[in-house]
Every structure is written in structure tokens, then in C-alpha cells.
Design a protein around this ligand. Sequence first.
Ligand code: TRP
Ligand code: ZN
Length: 890
Amino acid sequence: MRTDIAEPVRLKDYRVPDYLIDKVDLDVKLHPSATRVLARLRIRPNPKGRSKAPLVLDGDDLTATKIALDGQLLDLHETGAWNGSVTPDQFTLSAPPQHPFVLEIETIIDAAANTRLMGLYRSGSAYCTQCEAEGFRRITYFLDRPDVLSIYTVRLEAEMSEAPLLLSNGNKIAGGEIEGTTRHFAVWHDPFPKPSYLFALVGGDLGSIYDEFKTCSGHKVMLGIHVEHGKEPHAVYAMDALKRAMEWDEKVYGREYDLDVFNIVAVSDFNMGAMENKGLNIFNDKYVLASPATATDMDYANIEAVIAHEYFHNWTGNRITCRDWFQLCLKEGLTVFRDHAFSADMRSDAVRRIGDVRTLRAQQFAEDAGPLAHNVRPDTYLEINNFYTATIYEKGAEIIRMLNVLIGDDAFRKGMDLYFDEYDGTAATIEDFISCFAQASGRDLTEFSRWYHQSGTPLVSVTATHDAKAETFTLDFSQSCKPTPGQDKKDPFVIPVALGLVVPGQGDIELRTGNQDGASAEELSRGVIELSAAQRRVTFHNVPNRPVPSLFRGFSAPVRLEYAASEADLITLISHDSDGFNRWQAAQVYATRLLVRSAGQIRAGSAPHRDEDFSRALAIVIEKSSDPAFIAQALTLPGEADIAREIGEDVDPDAIHLARESLRETIGRDLKDALLANYQQLADSGPYSPGAVAAGGRALRNAALDLLTAGNKAEGALLAARQLETASTMTDEIAALAALTHSPGTEREAALDAFYHAHEGEPLVIDKWFALQASIPEPGTLDRVKKLMQHKAFSFNNPNRLRSLAGSFAAINPTQFNALDGSGYEFIAKIVLDLDAKNPQVAARLLSAFKSWRVLEVKRRTLAERALRRVASTAGLSADVKDIAERSLG
Ligand code: TRP
Ligand code: ZN
């Protein structure tokens, strides 16, 4: 246990390892409380390292029972005798051999007692491992860093009855019963050198489904998905997604799978979403299991995306890995970029983009605007677990997307090919990656790379002037970025602005500029203006009629835009923009403005402003769009946290909530007929399909239900109750229950009860039930949540349960988490402290719910700070929680 705060790790201190480990042979005898791991490491001095350096292997809470150097047992009680030391956290040899040598280490692991879910642990009756980022050191002493690549051979042995299934990385090369015993074994060999964080093993009694994939070169790959017995049918969609992902990576990136087998194991106790261990992905079961009656359309889309994400890591992460953890975005940002593109190809492009941008803004923009802001490539960290963030993942993906927009599809693909050719089998850096695109495009990408080194969300301000006489239209761009922790001054970012000029009735007009203040031919042909200085002016010619600029089409850069579009301009974009994303964005801008204004009025004690024009704008969307999924997105107002971010300071969550409720009510009333018509027309019919078209219909129907309920509680409740009775999908069922949950009373409680009893045996469905109740924006919710923590379906030790209840309360219930008496803060702080002793990684993540505390009005701010200080000053904190608490306090 690392309860002591270590020195920060710094990028600039990176040194190549002094020793390399070429081969790792593991012999693992599984046992619930005493699994024996014999590690045989073939080590040699690294010719590029310091000569005669001590060998320092990482450990974490280890118990070594035997260690032998080249066959000589070391006396672990008499460390003076062999010139080194061994503690639970470290093994050192002060003067190791300066030629290749073998170190054999035997450790005994109590997997059942491992509540951190890092290293070897148990989920249900299964054994499994999680080694990223630094979990392998909880299995054996090792150079547990991603630039040490080894070939692994793993022999697993277990009771046949307890673990008939024995899996590890690579291909299975032997196996069978051990004669005269009730035990059996399996030997797995992974021919690809890999860092220790990609090691995995699984042992257990699981239900399996199998399939086959033939790669583009004709190689047959056996696919297996292993889940809790009885859940096999719920893994069929994941298998389908896997095959589609494998095919897509061949088609779009020319990447072929490289082993004879690919296994996925779903477990119910898991700290994050999923893990890309070579040939043996391990998943949180919520990203594998789905059936129409248990999973929503969103769940299906998430499963498809996460299955693809982990599979794509095989090339971006595994074949090419990271030199050190500062390069985390090299694999994560790139792989998110790839899974976004995959999902966009599987579903509607604009709608996917809208969803991705909603997530980016809700999570990454919030992070970037608060005390936890950090670079996409950090230069220092205290606890690497705390850097699996929206900034590394989502903003990391946006940077690559911008690169693609800037250099175009052909150069981008060429750059990727170069990267795969050049760095296959190595542990690479962001510089290595960027150099491939510089080479492929012939561009200097030094300035562009600032996106990796500067945190914060840039603000781009644009003003427009039309000169009717000269027939010119001028856009003046300027960019700025507020200071973030440790970075007071920012250099300009390279920002691609994909744009169009829209004239009502004419659509997009051709982009032409003069010589002065112009844009390059390439910029014009691509429709992308590049900002690389603090300011830029572009004047378009031949523009007799004043156009409406459509800026940052497709959300071409992760920035905030400040542009004083008139309401008429927004309506023009909503109805005429050829870019689907910006049609949606214009509606969001319109709504945000109204909401910010109303929240201000409510705070000042007056009634919120009512605006019928916005309802009319939405009516246009409903009328003009033929894509129900798109309409559903347009009908979904910006979230309360989005509005808070727009307000930026002195935030009153209650005022924001009331403003949003009031606008939903207005829309629900103004558009009642159109909403009802859509609701009825899209009534559930025909056999179930999880595809984008059917899901889009359900999304619109449920968005309509939500607004109808807001517009008229009684009528809405009737619709919702009927839907709840007849729903044939979880999507419709949970949407109806959510609509009912808005009105307090016995009906709501009865509906919640009935839902529980109908789904009692499905923990993933009960998670939705927990989350829904935790999100009720009423003062009684905290008590309800506390009571639910005593419910028999709740388990404090299961991360999914805890996230559904406490996590949802903190993350999606802003009025109650930020309750004026500080009770929400105290509640979460207490859970964080209780949990920290068991699972620091999940505790720290829960604590990051405080990331926006500084923008709150003074009363709440004071209370939030008090809760954070209470956490920070607690003795014996994990490094994980201490790091988040201290950075949050700044
Ligand atoms: N590398 C994983 C992914 O993004 C995520 C991951 C990192 C993880 N650390 C973890 C998963 C710890 C579980 C536990 O695909
Ligand atoms: Zn990943």
C-alpha cells in the first residue's frame, strides 16, 4: 500500500531502463486466498542504460516466499548476505550480474482479499487481473513500466471444478488434466513482446460463446466471449460488434489481427470500462451484456464503441505502446479517435458527432475550466491512475481529429501507415507520432503540438462585417485562453475553423477571397480556415447579400466560440445549414442564451423570461428534418452543468435548474401537438432492432415524452404510465419510469417498486434504478440515496453499484449534490473516505465530482471547500485521493 505521498514523477526525468526483461515465464497455481506465482525473469543489462546500475524491481504489497538468482536461493531473512533488499514494495539487487541472468521469484497472493481490483483479484467466483497502469507489481516484482517489453509464457493451474476455463494472453499451446488429481492446467504463449500492463489471466467457471473471423489475409481467428453462466445470449451483440470492428480496422486502416484467438471476458467487479490486454480483453460486464429487455439503445451504442475501442488498441496501444505514462494519450486519444470514427460509420454521422461533443463539453470542458485541468500530455503526476481523464481520452481524440482536418484524409492515412510501419513493436512518444504526420503532409507541426502541452479550452471570438457596396464579408477572429493551474500565459493554438457562409434560400455560397486578408487556395477548397496567431482577418469577396457564417462545422476544434449571432441568424442556421452538427449547435446556442438569461432573472427574484421564438425554431427542426435521432438531439436542451459553465462564476444550481425546467415546460406546451403527433406515430412496432434507425425513433419518441410531461404533468404521467405498461424495450421502459419520477407521490413509488421487482435478478438494470432515483432533483433524494445504500441489491464493494448510486448523485444531480446546507458534499466526502481504504482508484474518481466547486456562489463554495479540506486533512489517505483532494483545493 502506498499511503505515503511519493515524489512527483516528471517527464523530464525520463531515463531508459537500466535492465531489460526479455522473457517472462509465469507459473500460476490459482487458490482463493493463496495463489502461488512463480515468475522466471530473463534479465539483461540494457546496453543503452547506465552500466552497473542497481536493479530495482517494483512491488506493491507483495509477499515473496522465495527468490533465486541464477539458481541460487537468496536468504530473504538475511538480506545482508546477498547485497540487496526486499520489501513489499521493492526488490533490489545492488550489484546485479552484468550479463544475462535469471531471477526466479515466488509470491503468494490473497486474491480474495484484494478489494482494490488491481493486480490479481476475484470477481464473483472468477479470478481475473487488471494490470494497467501499475497492477502487475501486485503480482510479482518487475520493471513495471511500459517501455520494458517481454515475451510471456504463462502456465495456469487450478481445480477443474473451480476454474474449468483458464485464459491468458496469446495462443494456447498446451493444456490438460493433471493425472491423479482434480486439477488441470493450460499454457499460453504470447509471441508479441509486451509491457507488463498488458498482461492478463482469467480462471473461472464461465459461460462462453464462440465465433470465427477470417482476416483479410485468410487467417482464421477463434473468437470467444465469456460471461456469467446463463448470460450467454446477452453476449451476442458484443460478438457482432467485435466482428464489425475487426473488419472495419482492416478496411479503414489496413490493420489485421495477429493471434489465433481473441478472447473477451466480462466481469461484474471492475474499476473502469474495459481493458485491452493482448488477446484477452477484460470488460466491465455492462459493456458486454445486452438484451432488448435489459439494455437501452445507449447501452448498445456504448457496447459497440467499447468493444471496438479495446479491439483497436491491439494496434494503437499494444503493437505500438507508450514509452512512459506521460504518453498515455498516444494510445488513448488515438484509440478514442478511431472508435469515434467507427461508431460514426456504423450510425448517423452528425448524430454521433453531437453525442461525442456533448460528452466532451460535459466532461472535458468542465475539467479544463477547473482546478483539475491538465495537459493532454502532462509533464508531472503523483498518481497515474488519476490521469485516465476526459482530457487524455476525449481531448486527446479531438487533437487527432483536428490533425486530420488540417492535413486532409490522404495525408492522414499516409501518416498512420508510416506510424504503424515505423514504430511497430516499440514503445513510442507523442513526438514520434506527430513526426509521421509532419513527414506525410510536409508540414511543420511544431506549433500544432501546443495542443499537447497547454491545458485549457481556447476561446475563439469572431466578429463579422458585411459591406454591401464592396460585396465583401469580413470575419475577424481572435483567440485567447484563460490561465490554468501552473500555466499563466498561453501561446496561440493552431485552430482549424471549418466554415461555410449560408444565405437563406441559396444555401452555402462559394468561398472566395482577395489577395489581401485572404485565405489560401487550399483553405478555400477545404472550407477550413486556420488560426495560428492571436488574431486573423479573412475577407470574402463576391458576397452581395449578407450571409450567416456557420463556424466550426462538425465541431472542427475543441474550443468555445463567442459570436454574437442574432436570433434570426440562428434560425437561419437551424433551418438552412448544410452541416447537421451546426444546425443542432445553433439550437443549443439559442437555448443556452435563453437559459442563462432566465437563470439570472430567477436569481434576481423575478420570473423567468418566456420565449416563443425558440419553440418556433424547434418546430422548424421537427418539420424539416427527416432524421428522428437528429430531432431528438435538437429537442434535448443543454444540461445544467453546460449552463453553469456558460455562466462561469457565482453559479446558483437551483436557479439553473428552475430555468431549465421552465424552458422545458414552455416547449412542452408550445409544441404539444407536434410532439404528440411524433409520439404516436413512432409507437413501438415490429421486431426489435438495436440499429441506429430504430433507436432514433425511440430517442425521438422519448424526447417527446419528456417534453410533454414537462408541459403538462398530469397528461404526461398518463402517457408515461401507459408506456411503462406496454414497453417492450428497456429504452422505452426506463424513459417512461424517468418521466414518472418527475412527480412525487404514491404513483411514482409504486412504479419504482414494480420496476425493482420486475428486474430484481439483473444487477445492471438495478443500476439504472439506483441512478434514476439518485438523480431526482428534490430535497428528499439524499435520504433516499442513504436508504438505498442499505438495500439488499446494493454493494459498497461493487464499483458499478457505487457509481450508480453515489456517483450519479454527485454527477447528475446538481441541485442536491450542491444543496445549500452542504449535506450533499458531506455525504460524498464521507463515502470517499470510507471507500478509500478499500478501493482508492474508485474513491478518487468519485471525489473528482468536486471539480467545478470554485465557480459556485459563495455559500456553496465555502461548504464544498470545507468538505474537500476535511478529506485532504484525513490521515492515511491513499495517494489517489490525496492527489485529487489537493489539486482540487489548488
Ligand atoms: N486502458 C483502458 C482503456 O481505456 C482503461 C484502463 C486504464 C483501465 N486503467 C484501468 C481499466 C484500470 C480498468 C482498470 O481501454
Ligand atoms: Zn483505451
